[in-house]
Design a protein around this ligand. Structure first.
Ligand code: HEC
Length: 192
């Protein structure tokens, strides 16, 4: 009996050790993306104009990152909320956590460099190395033409700063761990 207990204790210790190794591996090795590139984007009127078209009508950043007025046809962003964030996506929608669309006006992204914003939009990793839930469709944005992403960055930098403080998103266990493996280096393409 004593021997059996001993074996069980060894087994439990081995499982705990394996779990610790697996967690350390996930924590230290992921998200596995390259450092943010060094970028200086020229915020020209042309870039801002095309960025406005893309962000409002193609990549629809503004649909999630504004408060929409559903009393009007197709729910356009309500005046004064463009890029202010606050939309909540949570368990009531069947999601594994609570995710907040952040403030992407200059108030919310002032501590991001252009390169960090580029990496965030195309790989889903924040400037402090946190992986984002792919509800923010970075796996798709990571296949666009870099020029289009530069235009979008020029546009969001040109938005009026709106002061809102949006809480950080939180994924449930074990999705918070699996999440770390989702971001990968972007595979950008060229428009023809
Ligand atoms: C379907 C909704 C949705 C769309 C579309 C979307 N986002 Fe997001 N975005 C989110 C959510 C939700 C988060 C927070 C995710 C998290 O923290 O896990 C987020 C986070 C961000 C952040 C992080 C800000 C911070 O303070 O850390 C930036 C910047 C951002 N989005 C910019 C954009 C841009 C630019 C586009 C368009 C190219 C875009 N988003 C499109 C939902 C969306």
């Amino acid at each position: 009996m004593n021997k059996l207990l001993k074996i069980a204790a060894y087994l439990i210790a081995a499982v705990v050790l394996l779990l610790i190794i697996a967690l350390a591996f996930l924590q230290l090795g992921f998200p596995k993306v390259d450092p943010a590139p060094e970028l200086t984007i020229e915020y020209t009127p042309d870039r801002i104009e095309r960025g406005a078209y893309l962000a409002n009508h193609v990549t629809v950043c503004m649909d999630c990152h504004s408060t929409r007025d559903f009393s009007r046809f197709s729910g356009p962003p309500a005046p004064g909320t463009l890029g202010a964030g606050g939309d909540v996506f949570d368990h009531s929608m069947g999601l594994p956590g609570v995710f907040y669309a952040k403030n992407i006006t200059p108030h919310g992204i002032s501590d991001y460099s252009d390169g960090e914003l580029y990496r965030l939009i195309t790989t889903g990793v924040t400037n402090d190395g946190r992986p984002m839930f792919p509800l923010m469709p970075y796996t798709y944005y990571g296949k666009m033409d870099p020029e289009d992403i530069y235009d979008i960055i020029a546009y969001v930098r040109s938005l009026s700063a709106i002061e809102t403080d949006i809480p950080d998103s939180e994924a449930d266990f074990p999705v918070n761990l699996i999440l770390r493996t989702i971001p990968k280096n972007a595979e950008m393409t060229k428009k023809t």
